[in-house]
Design a protein around this ligand. Structure first.
Ligand code: FE2
Length: 380
């Protein structure tokens, strides 16, 4: 039986379900009222600003009727109904998480053992079946990458991958870019060398949060694509040496690209990025575009370089990687805030043609949320 108690002269209330006591402040409750004069019935947007709510707001009465909680506020003299289910879903009466580098629920970090269970879907299925698309997008939100097979073998087919959930992010490289390699083992200059795993374009602000790579031709042996979970790398670094984790998250590195006419991109961001409450939200790691690091104090620079070196060693550890070969018509997508990607070296001769483009995770997560909400409505 749910009970409601007013505390501290109505400055907060406590909901008690017999097991847990959950507190809510009067100001928070008033700000989160869903009545027609506070929120638009059409689009759910808030119609008032905080300045419209008196700082002296208190709850003068609270009545529970089933799952409906009715509160009256002074000095507005206003009465508002709340659904207690919504209140419990949005409760904030918990301890702050102390461990820097915590990872949001629903995100699952991985290492090479994921190889036997790569998130993969059929291009036709995700294009025609919302349930298949929901599952594939859900895997990308959870694991940070996903592969698509049996797609069309035609130029610009990668735009149809992005059309599944969002919009291409155009950059100075264009709406898409070409990744063509011709391998001739008699001339080392044309050998397809492997690249160290990296995140793309750390010199942009904001960084592109999705990269899509789409294979159109692949006759050269080798050249597999590989991905590494940067969040797992950060977790491992922290477990090995917390000071190294802290130095890479506390101080900014710098990244730059000025490799083509009319472009001078530069950012100042940490290699391991935390939200102010310590949530791990981003990895930036790219040996080719790391500029001079000048924001680390002299006394911390040796520790910083030891941490930077170890982070690279963990990334290079084969136990961390998942690799797969892309055949024509196959593609993969990475959350570029989290997943490092690389191409392995080639052997033999042949051609490889991929097209790449950028897009963003916010629209992917929005599409996923819409599909999940429809699923919930359908299940009711
Ligand atoms: Fe790349």
């Amino acid at each position: 039986m749910l009970k409601c108690t007013l505390n501290k002269d109505g400055r907060y209330l406590t909901l008690d379900d017999g097991i847990t006591q959950t507190r809510f402040h009067a100001l928070w409750l008033r700000d989160n009222a869903w009545d027609a004069s506070t929120r638009s019935a059409d689009n759910g947007q808030r119609l008032i600003a905080l300045r419209d709510i008196p700082a002296s707001t208190v709850i003068t009465s609270a009545t529970l009727d089933g799952s409906t909680l009715t509160l009256s506020y002074s000095p507005e003299g206003k009465s508002v109904e709340y659904d207690t289910g919504w209140l419990f879903e949005n409760a904030y009466d918990h301890e702050a998480i102390a461990q820097p580098g915590w990872i949001r629920p629903g995100v699952e970090t991985w290492d090479g053992e994921l190889m036997s269970n790569i998130p993969v879907a059929d291009f036709q299925s995700v294009s025609t079946d919302p349930e298949a698309l929901k599952i594939w997008l859900g895997q990308i939100a959870r694991f940070g990458f996903g592969k698509l097979i049996n797609g069309p073998i035609e130029a610009q087919a990668l735009t149809r991958v992005v059309d599944l959930f969002g919009y291409i992010r155009e950059t100075n490289y264009g709406r898409h870019f070409e990744v063509r390699t011709e391998v001739n083992p008699t001339n080392l200059a044309y050998t397809g060398l492997g690249l160290q795993a990296h995140t793309d374009n750390p010199y942009r602000d904001p960084v592109p949060t999705i990269q899509v790579l789409y294979c159109l031709e692949s006759s050269a042996a080798g050249g597999e694509n590989m991905v590494v979970d940067g969040f797992r790398v950060a977790e491992r670094l922290r477990a090995e040496n917390e000071e190294w984790f802290n130095v890479l998250s506390r101080y900014c590195a710098q990244f730059e690209y000025a490799g083509s006419e009319g472009v001078m991109l530069h950012t100042r961001r940490p290699m391991i990025e935390l939200a102010p409450d310590g949530e791990l939200i981003g990895i930036r790691f790219n040996n080719r575009s790391t500029a001079a690091i000048t924001d680390v104090p002299f006394d911390a620079m040796e520790t910083y370089y030891a941490a930077y070196r170890r982070m690279g060693e963990i990334i290079d550890d084969p136990a961390m990687e998942v690799s797969f070969r892309l055949e024509p018509g196959e593609s993969f997508l990475v959350d570029n805030r989290r997943i490092l990607h690389a191409r392995k070296g080639y052997s033999g001769s042949g051609k490889r043609w991929l097209q790449g483009c950028y897009a963003d995770m916010d629209s992917l997560c929005s599409k996923l949320a819409v599909l999940e909400a429809k699923h919930l409505v359908a299940a009711q």
